[in-house]
Design a protein around this ligand. Sequence first.
Ligand code: FE2
Length: 341
Amino acid sequence: MRYIPIEKTEQDMILARSVYDNTGRVLLSCGTVLTDEYIDKLYDRGLPGIYIEDKLAEDIEIEEAISEELRNEGAEALRNGDVDAAMGVGRRIVDEIIQNPRVTLDLIDLRSYDDYTYRHSVNVAVISTVIGINMQLNRLALDELSIAAILHDIGKRRIDPKIINKKGKLTPEEYTEVKRHSEYGYEMVKSRIDLSAKIKNAILLHHENEDGSGYPKGLKGNQIFIYAKIIHVADVFDALTAKRPYKKAYAQSEAAEYLMGSCDRMFDREVVKAFLQCVSLYPKGTQVQLSNGKEALVVEATKSPLRPKVRIIEDGTDMDLSSLYEYRNITIVPPHDGDIS
Ligand SMILES: [Fe+2]
């Protein structure tokens, strides 16, 4: 299958993955042939793009880190503010990911504007767990990390939805209020005896920066516990790669570059390093532009993160860009303008 940004979807394309509405119900199921009416529906939902089946990409398979059912269940638990259900989903995220610990973060989550907040939190739990596995955390720690990650923004429930869902720029007062969400979240969970102090601490400190410039406490480096550091990286990466009403989606390569450039200032270098080992800079099935002017699809990752195996769209030939002997003069042109395609 292959990923098509929403602007490039056309009639008669065949959906390779179902599209859900924001209550988790199937809106268009896998195998649907797109019509103009369906394309309008997808636009209305504010989706970044879709996965389609076509001849050129029929052998490109993209594994899900966790099942769509579990994603939907997590989003539903958060929508209802059900902490117990969210904790259960947090543990099951670890269950599903450790069954396939070599999973890479390839799949672009097809979320709309409306369900951003909840799906974002599920994604942050998935990304945090994958980083945690890479950093060799044990099962108990992974469970705690995943639960802290899925609950990290729970405090946003205390903030006026008009501010949270505002499409334009926040006023300074609104921004101050939004920044309180980590303390609100901590207050909401602090008396629960079934959540460890480490989990509560991670919810409180997930916006702290390495250099002390974060909030709410302005803690630095090793004053910040590892769970909060991991969630911070996962949170920023997922927010950058999301399409929002006021911004385009960053490509994964651009978001990864941002993380690298912010090591020691915002992020812990070791956490970013572990993250880069599991994220695909150029996700499978996405379209890239090569320096020789040709358009290509990413077929699979290689040992060289910037040089995956690609397929030329024009004629279907494959090129392993990591084979420097053959293709050393060809590179992927970095995407500009935050365009994921
Ligand atoms: Fe947050």
